[in-house]
Design a binder for this molecule. Structure first.
Ligand SMILES: *Cc1c(COP(=O)(O)O)cnc(C)c1O
Length: 398
């Protein structure tokens, strides 16, 4: 009979609070921080055994730190992965994954609507080393399969996408990847394991910018990669050698952030759905992009593979860029910033900020129109958020 108190039986909410912490001899209740660069050994022989890997234990905080390990174990448990490696940022997680798994001549196939720095990393920096990236429409599994070549080693997608909330069938995409001996990595930043668990759907790797919802309060930069032992051992080698490691203090912030992850994600989602419905009925709004609305073309898929719809939504207002800017400038509560994943709501004009470097044609292909606004809905009272947006939207109709 299985032990009812074993982590194997714990729900996500329990794991988020209990997993990963191995109490020290001090019998602390809350997770401790170990701000130390190195660790000491009882003898020369013990040092030798630890250095050559014969004996597990802490060596140096670039690759072994107990606070970082607590965060890694907790996030691995939440994502249902065998192992997690934490990194200094979300970008460092993507870079480390690429360095670990790709070589010159390999190809990445990525979704068209990706985080801007991810596109720069792939094109500008990995490109320098002979790794090429091609982009396909996120939601079309057929388009992914048609674009695969014998050199394709990694499929990389963000789902739902930013800022149009497009969704891809992760299970189907994993089948396509594996049929062609490629790996599938999902950037799960927007939903977190609380709302979507890509590994259970067949993905090989989950990438996180912990900076966003894992922290949840906009305090620290960090990242992580989760997956099977064998793949993560390669990533560990890169982080250990190249050094994009997470600091113990930031790891502690993320560990404590995870404890309220589900509460926050559910509350974010409730606010976002209410806001999407309200925007949908406003005469100054031409279109709302949110996978939680039944009118969203992939609402059924989103409902099937996600436990919720997240808190990032896009909407188009009348009046093009001038209209969008006037709505943004009329806000007093929402923060005008490109960041997201915070209890504070944020608002941005993708066409001139996050997607500003794209050409007119690229913007059109990506669906980034002049009048598009993105809101990452926070946890303020929904009535206050609506009133803040109503000021600018009502003025557009006057
Ligand atoms: C922010 C973000 C990243 C990069 O993470 P950093 O922690 O800022 O380096 C990667 N992917 C997505 C989807 C993001 O939103």
């Amino acid at each position: 009979m299985q032990d009812q108190h074993s982590p194997d039986n714990w729900s996500l909410e329990t794991l988020a609070i209990r997993a990963g912490h191995e109490r020290t001899f001090e019998q602390e209740h809350s997770e401790p921080i170990f701000p130390t660069s190195s660790f000491v050994y009882g003898s020369a022989a013990e040092a030798a055994r630890k250095f050559n890997g014969e004996e597990p234990g802490n060596i140096y905080s670039r690759f072994t730190n107990p606070t970082v390990h607590t965060f890694e174990r907790r996030l691995a448990a939440l994502e249902g992965g065998e192992r997690c490696i934490a990194t200094s940022s979300g970008m460092a997680a993507i870079l480390s994954t690429a360095l670990a798994l790709l070589k010159s001549g390999d190809e990445i196939l990525a979704s068209r609507s990706l985080f801007g720095s991810t596109v720069s990393l792939f094109d500008k920096y990995l490109g320098k080393f002979g790794i090429t990236t091609r982009y396909v429409e996120l939601s079309s599994v057929e388009a992914w399969e048609a674009a695969i070549t014998p050199q394709t080693r990694l499929l990389f997608a963000e789902t739902p996408s930013n800022p149009l909330s497009e969704v891809v069938d992760i299970e189907a995409l994993a089948c396509v990847a594996h049929r062609h001996d490629a790996l599938l990595a999902i950037d799960n930043c927007f939903l977190t394991p609380s709302l979507q668990r890509p590994l259970a759907l067949g993905a090989d790797l989950v990438i996180h910018s912990a900076t966003k919802y894992l922290d949840g309060q906009g305090r620290a930069i960090g990242g992580a990669i989760v997956g099977k032992h064998q793949l993560l051992e390669e990533v560990f080698g890169v982080v250990r050698t190249c050094g994009p490691c997470l600091s113990p203090f930031n790891a502690w912030i993320f560990t404590k952030g995870l404890e309220t992850l589900s509460l926050r994600m559910n509350a974010h989602g409730q606010n976002a759905l209410l806001l999407a419905q309200w925007l949908d009925s406003h005469p100054a709004v031409e279109k709302v992009y949110y996978s939680g609305l039944p009118s969203h073309p992939q609402h059924d898929l989103a409902k099937r593979q996600q436990r919720g719809f997240g808190a990032v939504l896009g909407f188009e207002v009348v009046g093009g860029q001038a209209g969008a800017w006037s709505v943004i400038d009329a806000t007093r509560l929402l923060s005008i910033t490109g960041n997201l994943g915070d209890v504070k709501s944020t608002i941005t004009h993708p066409g001139t900020t996050t997607h500003g470097r794209l050409s007119v044609e690229q913007k059109q292909a990506a669906g980034i129109s002049e009048g598009l606004i993105r809101v990452a809905v926070g946890l303020e009272d929904i009535d206050d958020i609506q009133r803040d947006l109503a000021r600018g939207l009502d003025a557009l109709m006057a």
